[in-house]
Design a protein around this ligand. Structure first.
Ligand code: SF4
Length: 481
């Protein structure tokens, strides 16, 4: 399946070889509103979290209708098919596959009708997926996909508990890993978050009704108000009577993904009480304090490097200009560029501006480096455009370890910082100098503490016990043979 995917698509995201976004989820209970349209626009705001597939499931109290497909939100849905998605409540999903391949069968929401008829949308990654899959298979529970999300759906759907809330409360303690999840049945929408709170999940209000979303920016687009984050280990039911909350798994070590602050979340999202745009600006200021250099101009790698580049420019007093232009309207294409175009250095995503950078000593700011291919190209492009010096400043520490909690980071052998010193990485990338922000600098910028976050991709210290159970993205496919 992996090979099929690689040959069938030229992924624009691969052009920028950062960590891959994961998934975005949304849920709403609002019988008097057009719930499928609201879910569509919320997913539109969450598109950055997953570009492989999109789906919506609606429930009218009797039936659940699900529509899901590979592609972007605006490719999967149109006026006609949205009109068919009628109901009083809905859940939605955008996906980048962190477990299982990107085929149609792994799109979400996942529908199951064992004891409970449900549709489920999940963001995260279970580290005990293989174990749970084996247990369910022994009980003759069948699966139609190879994603770990269907394991959660199967456990909930097969529960003998009377209500959906009871079924979820029974299942939550059995799951290990990251799971920000929303489920719709005939009566309600239920949202829940893993006890470590690895991935975000927020509660919002629209009129007298309630909604749930991976990021608060999804509320802004539909005119909903951000109320608060769902607590780690908490279950919230959106029902006819309003909201019912329950702390199912209290008191475990919190481990919110620090990379959400650095890279994944939209700049207009609030995480842990901080606006992401402002935290990233502070990262730039701290980066300058930690690694100043003589230069003439600050250049951001657009768009994700913009806020921290502004911070570098602010703190240093060095002017910022657009030395690199991001090609607008670039979306995923299914047309292969072919070897020839690749060799010619097909510039799908960035174009350098020689008139701006020529003769200048540049500080080039980006949010992270994983494999380094794109960064190397950018350094080469800027030098070709006449830059006198290229000093890279990165608003994340070096990434040297894989993520087991829902982010696709490549294997550590592919990471440029793995087994290399900072000087060696700078040399490899062709930069005059390279500096990464320190881990302490990150926590200062997000106004948070290590003890309540995950930073394992930088440190190798995985916060959850049993992380060694995790068996990689295609483990369930291997089981399926
Ligand atoms: S390993 Fe990195 S990307 Fe994964 S949850 Fe931890 S901080 Fe986030």
């Amino acid at each position: 399946m992996k090979q099929q995917r690689d040959s069938a698509e030229f992924d624009q995201a691969a052009d920028r070889d950062g960590p891959r976004d994961e998934c975005g989820v949304f849920g709403i209970y609002a019988p008097e509103l057009d719930v499928s349209r609201l879910t569509y626009f919320a997913l539109y705001a969450l598109q950055h979290r997953g570009q492989e597939s999109a789906g919506i499931a609606t429930s009218d109290g009797t039936h659940i209708i699900t529509l899901r497909d590979t592609g972007l939100v605006n490719q999967v849905f149109d006026e006609d098919n949205l009109r068919g998605l009628t109901g009083d409540m809905a859940v939605g999903h955008v996906r980048y596959s962190t477990t299982g391949s990107s085929g149609w069968e792994n799109t979400q929401p996942i529908y199951r009708a064992d004891n409970h008829m449900i549709a489920l949308a999940h963001n995260g990654n279970l580290i005990n997926a293989v174990e749970l899959h084996a247990e369910l298979s022994d009980q003759n529970v069948g699966f139609r996909s190879t994603s770990d999300s269907e394991i959660i759906a199967a456990l909930v759907s097969n529960s003998s508990a009377e209500t959906l809330q009871e079924a979820v409360a029974e299942v939550m303690p059995r799951l290990k890993g990251a799971f920000s999840t929303v489920i719709v049945n005939k009566q309600m929408v239920v949202g829940f978050r893993d006890p470590a709170g690895l991935r975000p999940l927020a509660l919002g209000q629209i009129g007298d009704r309630y909604c749930l979303a991976s990021e608060s920016s999804a509320f802004d687009i539909i005119g909903a108000k951000f109320l608060r984050e769902v607590e780690p280990g908490e279950l919230i039911a959106l029902t006819e009577g309003g909201i019912e909350t329950q702390m199912v798994c209290p008191g475990q070590r919190r481990a919110f993904c620090v990379f959400e602050h650095i890279y994944f979340a939209r700049p207009d999202t609030k995480l842990e009480g901080e606006l992401v745009q402002q935290s990233r600006g502070r990262m730039g200021e701290i980066l300058w304090r930690e690694a100043p250099v003589e230069a003439d101009m600050v250049v951001a790698v657009p768009d994700s490097g913009n806020p921290s580049a502004k911070g570098v420019s602010r703190a240093s007093g060095i002017p910022m200009d657009d030395g690199l232009i991001k090609n607008r309207y670039v979306q995923r294409t299914f047309i292969q560029p072919g070897q020839e175009l690749r060799k010619l250095g097909l510039r799908m995503k960035f174009t350098p501006l020689p008139e701006i950078v020529e003769g200048k000593r540049l500080i080039v700011v980006d949010d992270s480096i994983v494999r380094g291919n794109t960064t190397m190209q950018i350094v080469g492009m800027l030098r070709d455009a006449g830059a006198a010096e290229v000093h890279l400043r990165i608003s994340a520490p070096p990434i040297r370890h894989t993520c087991h909690y829902g982010i696709d980071m490549s294997s550590h052998e592919q990471m440029i910082a793995y087994g290399r010193s900072v000087e060696e990485v700078a040399h490899e990338l062709g930069a005059d100098s390279l500096a990464y922000i320190s881990l302490e600098g990150i926590y200062e910028a997000i106004r948070g503490e290590r003890g309540t976050h995950c930073d394992a991709c930088f440190t190798g210290e995985y916060p959850l016990a049993d992380t060694d159970l995790a068996q990689g993205k295609f483990a369930l496919e291997q089981l399926a043979g």
